[in-house]
Design a protein around this ligand. Structure first.
Ligand SMILES: NC(=O)c1ccc[n+]([C@@H]2O[C@H](COP(=O)([O-])OP(=O)(O)OC[C@H]3O[C@@H](n4cnc5c(N)ncnc54)[C@H](OP(=O)(O)O)[C@@H]3O)[C@@H](O)[C@H]2O)c1
Length: 323
């Protein structure tokens, strides 16, 4: 495993990391999550991604319990959480990045995670109903109070990120250091076009999500929906159309042939392709079982196999697919 700087910050994150969306509290109980986190850790992962809203707080509780029992030195791992959607009802508890919500939410997350601080905290989506300046001050205060070390955004427009950064610069506040966007062979525009100038000028780091497009890029949906898969989960129904799309699955089949030539699986190829982008600080992987973690971590060895020739072959197959 290699470690990369999170943008222009001094923090080093493993180029592959491990997150808990969909899985913890739904597909994985504490003991299965422990097994997966241990496998990721053994492969060199130092960053574990989480969010308040994942399984309505249960994902943080499970991760907190695993971290407590693992006894890993706090200096050696990085944990994140994210705020926006909220998990309780009320005018200041849902779909907001206002000061009141943010400064309450962090305390509840830390309690569930059983941590004194999180390393990374993200504003999980933009909030059109709170001035960016209010959010920037709240994130700054969260850090000044020792509850988080770095803050960033997730799926904000480049324009809004720049606005937040400039407010922080003007008032000598903590600046947003990283953004967490979706990035995979079928979803590229935001990272490659919209955020690229921010990476260059502001030194923004990227912690990218869904490298396998929710499993599409493993090839598992080429002949329908397997019983034990994300698409088979009733509340994930919104993904069924994209996961079973014929044209997309034909592209995956062609990528699988290329992966075979390179001596890897198509999942490893897809993850390594994300990590091959130097603007990506870490590729957040997901898994519903330990065998997937082990396979996906093998992508580390595939990054170097993605020569300009291999990248050109990938581009020829999937270049037109990325939205
Ligand atoms: N900031 C955001 O808004 C945001 C949004 C989404 C995700 N994230 C973060 O990014 C992380 C990763 O996202 P993701 O889970 O969507 O990643 P992904 O890599 O696109 O999908 C992971 C899922 O694909 C399947 N899978 C993974 N490896 C496999 C393999 N080798 N063979 C077969 N199936 C495999 C598993 O689902 P099944 O086995 O159930 O099919 C697994 O849960 C999340 O955990 C979260 O931390 C952030």
């Amino acid at each position: 495993m290699n470690y990369r700087r999170l943008g222009r910050s001094g923090l080093k994150v493993s180029e592959l990391s491990f997150g808990s969306w969909v899985t913890y509290g739904n597909q994985l109980d504490t003991s299965a999550a422990r097994e997966c986190m241990a496998a990721a850790w053994d492969a060199g992962v130092n960053f574990f991604d989480n969010a308040e809203v994942y399984a309505a707080g249960q994902s943080e509780e499970i991760m907190g319990e695993v971290l407590r029992t693992m006894g890993w030195p706090r200096l050696k791992y990085i944990v994140s959480t994210k705020f926006f959607w909220g998990i309780t009802d009320g005018p200041n508890e849902k779909n907001t990045l206002n000061r009141k919500y943010l400064l309450n939410a962090i305390d509840a997350s830390l309690q569930r995670l059983r941590l004194d601080y999180v390393d990374l905290v993200f504003c999980h989506r933009p909030d059109p109903n709170t001035p960016v300046e209010e959010t920037v001050w709240a994130m700054h205060d969260m850090i000044e109070r020792g509850k988080a070390l770095y803050w960033g955004t997730s799926e904000w427009s480049a324009e809004a990120i720049r606005e937040a950064w400039e407010i922080a610069e003007r008032h000598h506040l903590r600046k947003p250091v990283m953004e967490q966007p979706e990035y995979n062979l079928f979803h590229r525009a935001r990272v490659e076009r919209e955020y690229a100038p921010l990476c260059e000028t502001l030194g923004l780091g990227l912690t990218t999500w869904s490298p396998l497009a929710s499993g599409l890029l493993t090839g598992k949906y080429r002949s329908g929906i397997p019983a034990e898969s994300r698409a088979a989960i009733p509340r994930m129904k919104f993904l069924v159309q994209s996961l079973t799309d014929k044209a997309a699955n034909d592209i995956v089949a062609r990528l699988a042939d290329l992966a075979r030539d390179l001596g890897c699986t198509v999942a490893q190829l897809a993850i390594a392709w994300c990590a091959r982008n130097p603007r990506v600080s870490t590729v957040i992987t997901g898994a519903s079982r330990v065998s997937q973690v082990k396979e996906n971590m093998g992508a580390v060895d595939v990054i170097a196999k993605l020569t300009p020739e291999a990248m050109a072959r990938i581009e020829a197959i999937a270049g037109g697919a990325g939205g």
